[in-house]
Design a protein around this ligand. Structure first.
Ligand SMILES: Cc1ncc(COP(=O)(O)O)c(C=O)c1O
Length: 371
């Protein structure tokens, strides 16, 4: 099998498996006051401190959640103004974790959703910033999970500070290859991370929420996570997340170099021509491990993916969360280009991918579309 769907999820590293199996042996409830509980609690708090140190925030500003979907939903709820309809700016290319919540809030009259425009290459039109006012909310992903395109987060964080906006950043795809520094991104109010995108476990995420603004409890229960995200902590998941984060930072430079080298080989291949071409051009700062390609193909993209799967190649059309939807990728649709007679596929790889795997997959794709 050739696995080229790392933007969807990544394999657990051996170190993460070991950390998680050790955590399984310590079964205490972190809220218990006895030693079995205290020992587990200390692991959870060490994870929070380590993460805070590397992100450049306070441990009290980090909340462990079930993943980025939950983190983003919590952030959006907390960003709303209770006394009036809030204006929320976000593009149609955000992940469903954001889009579906925004749509829901909009349908319920809680917000005015103002769409940030984008061009045919997936780049955002930032002129919307001129019309924003104090208290408006902006949600922007740092890297698009289907195209790999980078959004202007440095600039956005500065605008948020200058204009008193509530800026929520979905950094899910960014964490796997770029350091995140919340000291630099002072204007970021909330930020979401997900462990399974950087070789950690599924069901373990983080919400950063700057302490200058109140976070609201989405549901009610115990005193865990300062009563804002109650329920007994996913201690095994948190221990895997902690280990994955440590490995990510220890190997950051090597992983990034590897991704750039793999991407260079791909770009060289595209430049030579042939039926497989990038859907949008690659620019400096884009995620090197995510490439969306367009190929000539009549028929359903799912059929193409099925044939690739039969040939042992795992790639996807886009976000795993919308697979099964018959309308195709909302991100590709948002590019507004007529793509009849073609199919667009997302190939995503990591430091674990071998160059031959990428080339073999592309050779197979060429053979499949040639019929
Ligand atoms: C950009 C982006 N945001 C949010 C999510 C949701 O993350 P999770 O699976 O942790 O809920 C994903 C997962 O695919 C993603 O790629």
């Amino acid at each position: 099998m050739i696995y080229l769907d790392h933007a969807s999820t990544t394999p657990l590293s051996e170190g993460v498996k070991k950390a998680m199996s050790e955590a399984m042996a310590n079964f205490g409830n972190p809220s218990s006051l006895h030693q079995a509980g205290r020992q587990v609690k200390s692991g959870v708090e060490s994870a929070r401190r380590e993460l805070a140190l590397s992100l450049g925030c306070e441990p009290a500003e980090l909340f462990f959640t079930s993943g980025a979907t939950e983190s983003l939903n919590m952030a959006l709820d907390a960003a709303l103004d209770e006394s009036k309809k809030t204006r929320v700016y976000c593009s149609a290319m955000e992940h469903h974790a954001v889009l579906d919540r925004v749509r829901h809030l909009s349908e319920n009259g809680r917000i005015d959703w103002i769409q940030i425009a984008n061009d045919a290459q997936g780049r955002l039109d930032t002129s919307f910033i001129e019309e924003t006012e104090k208290g408006d909310v902006v949600v922007m992903m740092a890297h698009n999970n289907e195209l790999g395109t980078a959004n202007p987060i440095d600039q956005m964080a500065q605008w948020a500070l200058d204009k008193n906006l509530v800026f929520i950043c979905d950094a899910v795809q960014t964490a796997s290859w770029q350091p995140i520094d919340l000291q630099t991104w002072k204007g970021v109010q909330g930020l979401a991370l997900s462990a399974h995108k950087f070789n950690g476990p599924k069901g373990a995420g983080v919400l950063f929420w700057r302490s200058t603004r109140r976070l609201r409890a989405v549901f009610h229960g115990g005193a865990q996570e300062r009563s804002l995200r109650p329920g007994t902590e996913n201690v095994i998941g948190i221990s895997g997340l902690r280990r994955a984060w440590k490995e990510l930072h220890e190997e950051a430079d090597a992983r990034r170099d590897r991704l750039h080298a793999l991407r260079k080989e791909l770009e060289d291949r595209f430049e030579k021509g042939g039926p497989i071409q990038p859907t949008v051009p690659y620019r400096s700062g884009d995620h090197p491990g995510i490439v969306n390609v367009t190929v000539p193909f009549e028929g359903k993209t799912s059929m193409l993916l099925f044939r690739l799967d039969m040939a042992g190649i795992c790639i996807s059309e886009g976000s795993a969360c919308s697979s099964g939807s018959s309308s195709g990728s909302h991100v590709i649709r948002a590019l507004g280009v007529d793509r009849s007679g073609t199919a667009s596929l997302r190939i995503s790889f990591s430091h674990l991918t071998r160059a031959e795997e990428l080339q073999n997959a592309l050779d197979t794709l060429e053979a499949v579309i040639a019929g």
